[in-house]
Design a binder for this molecule. Sequence first.
Ligand SMILES: C[S@@+](CC[C@H](N)C(=O)[O-])C[C@H]1O[C@@H](n2cnc3c(N)ncnc32)[C@H](O)[C@@H]1O
Length: 256
Amino acid sequence: MTDPVSAWHRLADTSVLLDGFHALKHAVRFGAEIPVAVAVDRASALALADDLAPDVRDTLDALLAEVPETTYRGLVPRPHPTGVAALAVRPSREANLERLAHTARTAPVVVLDNPRNLGNAGAVIRLAAGFGVTGVVTTGTLDPWHPTVVRGGAGLHYATAVERLSVAEVPPGPLFALDPEGDDIRGLKLPDDPVLAFGSERSGLSAELRARADHLLALPMRPQVSSYNLATSVAMTLYHWSATGGTINQLPARGD
Ligand SMILES: C[S@@+](CC[C@H](N)C(=O)[O-])C[C@H]1O[C@@H](n2cnc3c(N)ncnc32)[C@H](O)[C@@H]1O
């Protein structure tokens, strides 16, 4: 068996860090390829799995290698309370593009147009996973696989297709852009397969994205308030999509 610490050092620069038990649990559930996983206290980690995630217990039993606490602290930027960490393979751009381009889509694609805040991007990926969204696309310079985004997403990047694209590459489908100046979203039933676009925290929707939009939609908000936070706007919009007939699919895990 390969020494987990050597494997970690060999793979760390090119892998996705899964920080903590819950991130590892989610990544396993959604089919991530995980070459190395460590725990300071393997028995406690497996007891946590027995309690909270019996569906992945056997997989974790096979994956987790126990390492001394000092070794663990040397592997991760900051220790997680569960003392668990793993490295996962980042899905290829080609695989994500294929999932995003799949045309018989029955769930939305969320587009974040030039997001600036890594925590917002992570929160949106977690929402997208919960609502069975096909994918989360970002435009602009932010890397949606940045370690802080992955931490915010709790390992749920593997439950949807997360990719950075240009506005011209945004997948096809009726594009609904969210903007406080749009039509009230409450008057509309969204289709099954919308592209739902949200603007940057600083400057809102770009001119390029607006030009692609089929509809501008507003979330209810009283006049004295300028705007909502980006991630909460995505939450309300996905909730509206599901509450007006959108079906939350049980998407197959990666590789199925
Ligand atoms: C923090 S807001 C952007 C605020 C920015 N200063 C602006 O000029 O629009 C981030 C994004 O959340 C969405 N959003 C926020 N409040 C909204 C509302 N009341 N209706 C529709 N979308 C909203 C929009 O997509 C917006 O671009």
